[in-house]
Design a protein around this ligand. Structure first.
Ligand SMILES: Cc1ncc(COP(=O)(O)O)c(C=O)c1O
Length: 388
């Protein structure tokens, strides 16, 4: 995978004989003469035309990410949410229905339930990993089955064989948001899922320094998505693409370390007397451990845990006492991040809604970066011990 991450999608000899792909700061692309415009329009001459339809660096990133994913094609967007919006707007019509496993990133669910509804698309949510409930909810209008795997922040792991099979048997397309797993840990396309989506802001970029999103699938299925993106303009600027390409070079090395740190920190938390519960699919105590072991190469760097007998303030005290992870939303970068979902993402929700979403006051979410696991563990230990 490292060879793919370093080389795939790139020309061997690049403009200016540079080893890296240049940053083309161009909003538009010139034609030598009228005949070259006509050749381009007749598709005989693949090339750039106008920046909203793509830029050279973006095409390199798309080829590289499709290769990493084992997909025919991928389309890059300006953020993970833009990728989801682009995909659903390209695929759904008024009267269609989509079914979600309910533990999805809250903005994804909000987009579907609140905004797609304004265009006549109905969103149905069923409990995460309840395949029978999902099957029962399918109607002749169902167009897409959607889930994350693992889910954020509960870390439920979807049995991809069952999920893909359900879609195939029902004649309904399937989408997995594999942001938390990445192609290093999970292979949805190879399992028969139609689309895989990533917030490339997270592990693919990997350095907490950019926003990007991507959807991958077959060439045929991606074509309308690419066309709509050209109209939406949810494109990446050339500098942003350069950062993404640079981040992708070390993708495999980083993922191996995120997996190692995630498992070590989760095991430490699991054995700590102040911790009530740890959500990490690499722990035997996790509900989906068997599915995770069968379907995932590693379990990533994200860990969610509950503090024992802690109200929101005591929980916040632990977060305020760590010295290495920074307090921030997001995940998947080289720097460890920590947050209290009740405060960071759900502060303005009513307590009963937080309960419904499974976000208790004593929940902490930590994204393990690539620091030394021993340092992260020592830091968490001092924060837990000093705030009793
Ligand atoms: C699982 C998942 N999918 C999608 C997104 C949206 O990605 P972005 O922030 O790049 O728009 C996020 C963001 O936090 C996420 O966690």
């Amino acid at each position: 995978m490292s060879t793919v991450a370093v080389h795939a999608g790139e020309q061997r000899q690049k403009p200016g004989d540079s080893i890296t792909d240049p940053i083309f700061c161009a909003s538009t692309y010139t034609f030598r003469d009228t005949q070259s415009v006509i050749d381009y329009i007749e598709q005989e001459q693949p090339r750039e035309e106008y920046g909203r339809y793509g830029n050279p660096g973006e095409r390199v990133a798309e080829r590289k990410m499709a290769a990493l994913e084992g997909a025919e094609d991928s389309v890059l967007f300006s953020s993970g949410m833009a990728a989801l919006v682009g995909l659903l707007m390209a695929k759904l019509n008024s009267g269609d229905e989509v079914i979600f496993f309910d533990e999805c990133y809250h903005r994804s669910r909000e987009f579907c339930a609140k905004h797609m509804a304004r265009f006549g698309v109905k969103t149905i949510q069923v409990p995460a990993c309840d395949y029978d409930a999902m099957e029962a909810a399918i109607t002749p209008n169902t167009r897409m089955l959607i889930s994350e795997s693992p889910t954020n922040p509960h870390m439920s792991v979807v049995d991809l064989d069952r999920f893909a099979d359900l879609g195939r048997r029902s004649g309904v397309e399937t989408l997995i948001d594999a942001t938390l797993a990445t192609p290093y840990n999970l292979r949805p396309i190879e399992t028969g899922v139609d689309y895989v989506l990533h917030s490339a802001t997270k592990y693919l970029g990997g350095h907490n320094d950019l926003l990007a999103g991507m959807v991958a699938g077959s060439k045929e299925k991606m074509e309308p998505v690419r066309n709509l993106r050209g109209i939406m303009g949810a494109i990446n600027g050339p500098q942003n693409v350069y950062l993404l390409l640079r981040g992708l070079k070390t993708f495999e090395l980083r993922m191996a370390r995120h997996n190692e740190n995630g498992l070590k920190v989760a095991q430490f938390l699991d054995g700590h007397s102040r911790v009530e519960k740890v959500y990490y699919p690499g722990l035997e105590s996790h509900r989906d451990y068997e599915v995770a072991k069968r379907t995932m190469r590693g379990f990533g760097g994200l860990i969610t845990f509950l503090l024992k007998d802690a109200d929101w303030r005591t929980t916040a005290d632990v977060i305020d006492s760590v010295t290495i992870p920074r307090i921030a939303p997001s995940l998947g970068g080289v720097e460890s991040l920590i947050e209290q979902p009740m405060v960071m993402s759900y502060f303005n929700y009513a307590p009963e809604d937080r309960k419904k979403f499974g976000i208790p006051d004593n929940m902490i979410r930590m994204s393990c970066g690539i620091e030394d696991a021993e340092d992260l563990i020592a830091d968490l230990a001092q924060a837990l011990d000093s705030t009793v």
